[in-house]
Design a protein. Structure first.
Lengths: 301, 301
């Protein structure tokens, strides 16, 4: 019953952070501009996706909503609302639920994506945060992962690698970039890089019935990718290809469209490769040597 | 990422039960007839809402979706899709997730409410099933709990009480009844009785700024209410008033509309009382004696 959740929220948040009161009754009513809704759900578990000993409730809440907004961004959908269901551990700090919600507020406020409903429960197990985000397509519709075509240029919205060193907790979901790209360019395919560039590119290629060639020297690397490399003995490029939770967007667009992307101008885009007609992934090094690229990355169970 | 979930579903369900493939990409795209979505989330925890030792995975899955469809029914919304997030215990039967989903299929098929997305995870804790159901208003809009007016007749869609003896696991959410009632009658207010008639009526009355009088002899009682009374020493009426999880609808409509309800004809409705201008709940016994009615029932934390 969303009514109880909205009432709980209202009583636990400081008045300056009160949520825009949607119609929260037995269910929430969310107004859209189009008769289509885009919906995505992710569930995070203590001990699997985060560690309460290491991560604050606010960080956990932020991440739980951010991963869902990243999925909306991957479809170029405008966020419209979210529902938050919590399984709180018995004996936890009574402010835990409130602190988790507070961590979400920078996101709800930035993209006008109110928490319209949810469910709070206390149980015997570890903390579980289950979020469903609702969005809607723009007038240009959604962007799927399955539309990449041979000759398309592949781009990413930011540097990759080493996210587990910290970025995975406070990344900015690329909602604004997705909407700006979709409004200004003809995007053929898009997804968010949640499990590593190589694996997520593999998914796009398979869904589109194509292959892809990445240029090793073109892939932008984070400082964390270099630091991870120093610690792991692998290369920073390996970390960019195989680390999960970058939450940058990977998108494919025709070359004439890609030519209009301007370096350093919002929405930022880094060309990293091209789509090929022949299935399979390849990586071309600085010397022009091509090697098969294994679709390695974080595999969900 | 809904793509993975839909793929997981496809590979785990018998082909005869394959789900209607919505567009499951990074997020699910659900088509509506109107630019409004009704959304509701409920999360069930092993040891709190069900017991794996006593309840089958199929029963747990059925209930997890049914409670959400009941919330859509309470708004007179047409179900359009659901998202299912699971936290599966490590070491559980590998078929557990599939069995939970299979329990939902009678509901998804009956109301053409496909599972459009979700997230499956394995963790250290007890089983958690988090469902979000999506629906949409009919052309007459939704029905809120806040619209009851003095003089309205209060009705319920079925007998009440003793649900925990079994019905709470296999109840039919009153989706069809809600849609039929909303199409044929001018409903002022509606909610589903999840926490007992007295407490849920209290909620409707407070939301509407009114009071209510119930006629004790008019409240339909289940056989389970009588059985519970024999065991508890309380009356069957007490069980109807205070037991939770009946999941019948409670609705208020003007007397001239209520007069058109026909006993025994779908959508079945039992008049149980009237809305009063004066706040407060009252119960009138067979001798016409009125007593204040305490809004007792199952209180969520």
């Amino acid at each position: 019953m969303e009514h109880d959740f909205v009432r709980w929220l209202s009583s636990h948040l400081p008045s300056s952070r009160r949520l825009r009161p949607g119609i929260g009754d037995d269910a929430a009513l969310v107004a859209l501009d189009t008769p289509q809704v885009v919906a995505t759900a992710d569930l995070l578990i203590e001990g699997v996706h985060f560690l309460s000993a290491k991560h604050t409730p606010s960080q956990i809440g932020y991440k739980a909503l951010a991963v869902n907004l990243s999925d909306l961004a991957a479809m170029a959908a405008q966020p419209r609302g979210a529902l938050v269901s919590l399984a709180l551990p018995r004996g936890a700090d009574p402010r835990l639920g409130q602190q988790i919600i507070e961590g979400m507020l920078p996101l709800t406020e930035r993209w006008d994506c109110p928490l319209v409903g949810g469910d709070t429960n206390t149980g015997p197990g570890p903390l579980v945060v289950a979020v469903t985000a609702l969005g809607e397509p723009s007038s240009r519709g959604v962007v799927l992962r399955s539309g990449a075509q041979p000759g398309d240029v592949l781009c990413v919205t930011g540097p990759l690698g080493g996210s587990l060193a910290g970025k995975h907790l406070d990344f900015t979901p690329r909602v604004s970039e997705a909407l700006a790209l979709h409004a200004a360019f003809s995007l053929h395919a898009m997804l968010d890089i949640s499990d590593g560039l190589a694996l997520d590119l593999h998914r796009m290629a398979v869904a589109s019935g194509v292959g892809a060639l990445l240029y090793a020297t073109a892939i932008p690397l984070t400082p964390a990718a270099h630091q991870s490399a120093a610690a792991s003995g692998r290369t920073a490029l390996d970390h960019a290809l195989a680390d999960g939770e970058d939450f940058e967007l990977l998108f494919a667009l025709p070359p004439e469209e890609a030519a209009r992307l301007q370096p350093g101008v919002f929405p930022q885009a880094y060309p990293v490769g091209v789509i090929t007609a022949e299935p399979g992934l390849w990586l071309e090094d600085a010397d022009g040597v091509k090697q098969p690229l294994q679709p390695m990355g974080y595999e969900h169970q």
